[in-house]
Design a protein around this ligand. Sequence first.
Ligand code: B12
Length: 253
Amino acid sequence: MFMQEQCTCINIISLYNLSVSNMKCESAPKINPDGEMVISSVYASYMRHLLGGDYSDCIKIVKELVASQVDFRDIYTKLFQRSLYEVGELWEKNEIPVAHEHMVTALTELLLTVLHPHIFRGQRCGKKALVACAAEGTHRIGAKMVTDIFELHGWDAVFVPTPVSIEGILLLLDKHCPDMLGLSLTHNFHLPLLELDLKSVRNSYSQLPIILGGRAFIDIKDDDRYRVYGAHVIRDIDSLEKRLSFKFAVKKG
Ligand code: B12
């Protein structure tokens, strides 16, 4: 019985190694230079299906974009992010109820997983990142996108689901010992809480590189305020890719 279990285990490990080595051999994905245009041509239809809660139609559009070799980063920002921002405005103007916004968010989170096979495919660079929402925030999609960008560049990235306390983040830092911590913040009225979180992290980890991003920083001019904590504000995925010198960078365009 033990031998059989051991054998199955070894088989699974060899299968895993085989699939990992296959992934390593894969060449960089081709990217459609007209991706942005392709997305804008389907955006209205995607938005209609998204608001209608039609998962299968949304997934069809996303799969067609992938088949047209549209860069997944463009799908993330110009389709998912843009539509969520628009849904936020509809909710703010009372044109849709909050339940509708919840449905769209859940649908988008499902759609993100469609792109995973195109992200978790490259060589690993031996580095690890941990990405979480600061101030017990609940807006996690931006943080998830950032996690995926790390993965794309060969980092092992741990995404911390929301909401999580700073004590929870510290426990995960102890467990995973990452090379970088990414903190996402949506509400600018949570900026004082972010500073408390940063102080807590610095009490235990004086050298850990920290990056900050999210909607809360859109209108913030004094990034230096966060340098005191050794934290750097990075406003979007493009800047993240430019700023960090990834060892196995996948070039865009
Ligand atoms: C979905 C959503 C929710 C969901 C979130 C669920 C989930 N699973 O994420 C729920 C229902 C929980 C929610 C709750 C609330 N929400 Co809300 N929500 C949104 C909505 C519609 C979309 C958010 C989103 O996913 N955006 C898409 C992502 C991809 O964009 P992003 O976060 O900006 O991330 C990008 C960049 O900022 C950057 N980035 C993000 N994080 C990081 C981190 C690092 C390290 C780096 C480098 C980069 C980076 O990269 C990302 C990719 O490009 C927004 C609308 C909007 N404009 O964003 C409102 C919005 C953010 N919410 C809002 C509000 C008011 C609330 C509530 C206070 C409502 C309430 N009264 O309860 C609560 C607050 C809860 C809390 N304590 O946090 C307001 C905020 C207004 C303001 N001035 O702050 C918005 C703008 C809606 C609006 N138009 O009024 N919300």
